[in-house]
Ligand binder design. Structure first.
Ligand code: HEM
Ligand code: HEM
Length: 541
């Protein structure tokens, strides 16, 4: 650009600045916006998982609103006279009929329905993977325990919300799910029958359950979830995002890009990718073809009945549990249903309280903003892997009929495999993962002390062959050695001044034992000290 000496630059306020000025004059938000829009976000592909959860959540809300325009949450009976010929003349509920209409008569209805359903599946999958990222990297440690609990509540509600949505169309599959829930409620000792009557407004299935589920599905749970989601993101901003260890990254800084414009542009683009991928899935892959199942009738049950994947865990527990029953004083205790119905929330509860258990074991009360490399915390990583293996096993148990027909196996053999497997496989997976982590720690130690193996073989003048090792860069050395290696917790004063053993609290004993498991011998490989490194790299060896 060329300017002449006497040409004065014309100063024009850009529209955005004017708008910001306007808003600031009325709301006084300049300081707040300035502080937060330039906030630094660290970059790593795994931080994308939370974003997938966020964008798929937005998708299910938007498509859900569209569905409410046409869905009729009524169990009133009608005779079908719509476009889908095979069902014409069949008696069904208005809920089922309106879902058929959404699928065959509403413009774009089937696509939106499928986007809603696929969006829900992707949403819960993203939540679980996001949670595992947070778990494996220790991002739940102080000060983020509350945000872990907020996220965990969101996961719990999302699973429940998905189950309710699945029940709304009142087809044979959704009715089977609602019946499943009735069985679980009835198994509650003493109050099961009352609870069931209260929920269903009388005898199962009644005419209230779909309208009730509808209010909860479109109003109550989404309202709570949106509120929690805002708190979740607020806390992410308030605490600042964690970062992976690397040169220049410490517990008290954040290395990354500013929220505006870099992160905003990236996240905006990514949002369209998530929207696009879910839309393509919905356009090419059928999900929940309710017209093929028919309307729900309590005396019918469909074969191959499967819940959405996130409920497969609960289904698996019920299917593999022996049908134990206790009959006493004219009452039946259906343990075959009650025990699995209790194990499901208990496993979820264990995930929810894990951060508090770990901080009790480690006794670590400091703030952590640098993430752990999963290999450096083998016990935690092992527990996470064991949990995943349990989930997969029970998913197989929940689909035992499908596995039997598709792989030509005996359904009893699958059920017994899962029954034994749920006690054995997670333990084996835990041990294997822990060993792999320790192996990787050994490899890190080796790399720090001896450098990277280059694959270049040299022959020395006296005839010996050696492989050339290339020293690591300072950056890499830092990453491989920055982690802390805590000492296991020891009970103070277990022996008094005369050498006589004192009575030690049971909780302290337990804590010391668990802490030894985490950080004792066999829990971690000592990382190389600066002296060892200096000694080896000094050239004397
Ligand atoms: C509606 C559900 C959820 C949404 C939309 C969501 C979204 C996000 C986003 C966008 C981030 C920042 C980027 C990232 O770290 O991935 C984040 C961070 C976080 N999320 Fe979630 N999340 C949800 C559920 C969960 C669940 C189920 C958990 C764990 C049980 C969880 C725990 C956390 C924690 C502890 C952080 C802070 C991580 C850090 O600073 O490294 N969130 N979440
Ligand atoms: C996390 C949030 C949500 C999840 C996981 C979810 C999940 C589901 C699922 C799996 C279905 C069955 C779809 C099918 O027919 O194949 C469904 C149906 C439905 N959902 Fe949602 N949903 C969510 C939020 C919402 C919201 C916010 C609304 C409305 C504002 C909504 C409205 C509906 C309606 C009207 C139906 C019945 C119509 C139909 O089945 O096609 N949903 N939902």
């Amino acid at each position: 650009m060329s300017t002449t000496d006497n040409a004065k630059p014309v100063r024009k306020d850009p529209a955005a600045l004017k708008a910001a000025d306007w808003a600031d004059g009325r709301l006084g938000i300049y300081g707040l916006a300035k502080a937060n829009l330039r906030k630094i976000f660290p970059d790593h592909w795994s931080f994308m998982l939370g974003e997938i959860a966020m964008f798929s959540f937005i998708i299910v809300i938007l498509t859900g609103v569209y569905l409410t325009l046409f869905f009729n949450p009524s169990m009133g009976e009608v005779v079908y006279d719509g476009e889908y010929v095979p069902l014409q003349g069949v008696h069904m509920s208005e809920a089922y009929k309106s879902t058929l209409d959404i699928s065959f008569e509403v413009r774009g209805g089937l696509l939106i329905r499928q986007i809603h359903h696929w969006g829900a599946i992707v949403f819960v999958a993203a939540l679980v993977v996001h949670m595992m990222r947070v778990f494996f990297t220790g991002a739940f440690r102080k000060p983020r325990e509350i945000n872990w609990l907020v996220g965990w509540t969101l996961l719990f509600l999302a699973m429940f919300e998905g189950f309710l949505g699945y029940s709304l169309p009142d087809d044979l599959l959704s009715g089977t799910g609602v019946r499943f829930m009735e069985g679980a409620i009835l198994s509650t000792p003493l109050i099961g029958t009352y609870l069931s009557f209260f929920l269903y407004g009388g005898e199962f299935p009644g005419t209230d359950i779909i309208p009730r589920f509808y209010s909860i599905h479109i109003l109550l749970l989404p309202g709570i979830m949106v509120g929690l989601f805002v708190v979740h993101l607020f806390l992410v901003i308030y605490h600042k995002h964690t970062q992976y260890p690397g040169p220049g990254r410490t517990n008290s800084n954040v290395v990354g890009q500013p929220f505006m414009p870099v992160y905003m542009a990236k996240a905006g683009g990514f949002m369209f990718i998530v929207f696009g991928v879910i839309s393509i899935m919905a356009a090419i892959a059928t999900v929940n073809p309710i017209w093929a199942y028919g309307p729900y009738r309590p005396d019918h049950v469909s074969t191959d009945a499967q819940p959405d994947w996130y409920m497969g865990f609960a289904e698996g527990l019920i299917r593999v549990m022996p049908g134990w029953e206790i009959n006493a004083w004219g009452h039946t205790l259906a343990l075959g249903v009650f025990i699995p119905a209790m194990v499901f929330p208990l496993v979820l509860l264990a995930i929810g309280v894990y951060p508090f258990i770990e901080s009790w074991i480690t006794g670590d009360k400091r703030e952590h903003h640098l993430l752990d490399r999963p290999r450096n915390v083998p016990v935690r990583t092992g527990l996470g892997a064991a949990w995943i293996s349990l989930y997969i096993l029970l998913l197989i148990g929940g689909g035992n009929d499908l596995f039997a027909t598709h792989f030509h196996l005996s359904i009893n053999a699958i059920t017994w495999f899962i029954r034994i497997g749920i006690f054995v496989v997670p333990v084996l997976v835990f041990m294997a993962t822990k060993r792999i982590c320790l192996g990787l720690q050994r490899r890190d130690r080796d790399k720090v002390l001896h450098g990277r193996e280059t694959g270049v073989i040299k022959r020395l003048p006296h005839g010996e062959f050696i492989e050339v090792h290339e020293p690591l860069s300072q950056d890499r050395l830092y990453v491989l050695t920055q982690h802390e290696q805590p000492k296991p917790f020891k009970v103070e004063g277990a022996v008094d001044e005369n050498g006589v053993a004192r009575k030690v609290k049971l909780t302290d004993k337990l804590r010391a034992r668990l802490s030894r498991g985490y950080f004792g011998e066999g829990g971690q490989i000592p990382k190389p000290t600066a002296e060892e490194h200096a000694e080896i790299t000094s050239g004397h060896h």
